[in-house]
Design a protein around this ligand. Sequence first.
Ligand SMILES: [Zn+2]
Length: 425
Amino acid sequence: MSAPLLFVGARQVVTCAGPARARHGAEMRDAGVRTGVAVLVRGDDVEDVGPERALAAAHPHAAIIDCAGGVLTPGFVDSHTHAIFGRPRYEEQELRAAGMPYMEIARRGGGIHASVRDLRSQHEDDLVVLARPRLGQLAASGVTTVEVKSGYGLSLEHELATLRVARRLAAALPMRVVPTWLGAHEIPLEFRERTRGRQEYVELLVHEMLPRVAAERLARFADVFCEPGVFTIEESREILLAARAAGLGVKLHADELESSGAAELAAQIGATSADHLAAVSDVGIAALAAADTVATLLPATMLFLGRQQQAPARRMIESGVAVALATDFNPGTSPTTNFPLVLTLGVSQLRLSCAEAIVAATVNGAAALGLASNVGQLAPGFSADLALWDVEDVRELPYWLGAGRCRASWTRGKPCHPRDLALAS
Ligand SMILES: [Zn+2]
């Protein structure tokens, strides 16, 4: 085995160390900021975090990585993205700014259906070529684990193709890629136009797509866009229970625009996460607080859409909900790969403290992907996923609005962000 790595010279090491599960409510207030410590990495894992001199003396043959006064954090977990798509949809932005509602944009051939038409016209190899640098941008903003959803295929052929793209990216990149099947992102137009189209599409999802996705082990999770006008509570329940029976974990796009009981459904069926939640009800918050379901909040989406309404994060945390933060990176409503910007929005829009935002981006992001037992902390036995920042204090991460100050990142002890290649050699 190659020599261990010893990360020295960090002004702060943010460990997020603690129980290997989602942090709820007041537990989110402690991000475990330490000074004078080094991090020892052996193979894929963190072996020790302790006083720098003692660790250096005990491991004289370790390869030294000098953090040069920067801040070391666990790599961020972006637990909600739609990173596999064809062309961007920039033309919709000014229509929206001019006041055109989404339904009208969709009627004119925009919205999700535009991305579906486009993805279906792309070759799998081209989708890999398009997605790879996007994930590289996430890695360059401190993300070492990324969830990637399908959902612009909406046919057996194209959903499987999207998930194969995710598999190829996972094999090609150092970062950890977690694939989610989102065949239930929208009812495709060819089904919407038919009288029994809705039922037929749900049957296709449950009886044709899901068995193939499960048999070929193409996804770890299934997700449904549960929102009035898209999938109903009953349809979402049927799809997700079938997915659970087929061995997948379940997630839910819940209560983004209207409160429809989706958060309650997520809690009731034990979903790993309920995502968006800008319109969640008090009953929904109470249900999430009583369940093991992580509330994944996506403040960049509401910002980009120009909406005033953000998820009631403070009420959630004060009710004991475990909150995670993610980019929702997608071509329609959140075209950003800037994870630190999401931290900024977590503080300025959702009113989290810096520590809460960091915990939401690490431990709780990992929990939103069922990975909290070995991802999201700089602690012995955890995956060596780290990000090194050109700042002096962790509170600068959400402070420098829109800045990219990630100097380097590693997943499983391997360089993940190009700028670190020289540093690690
Ligand atoms: Zn989404």
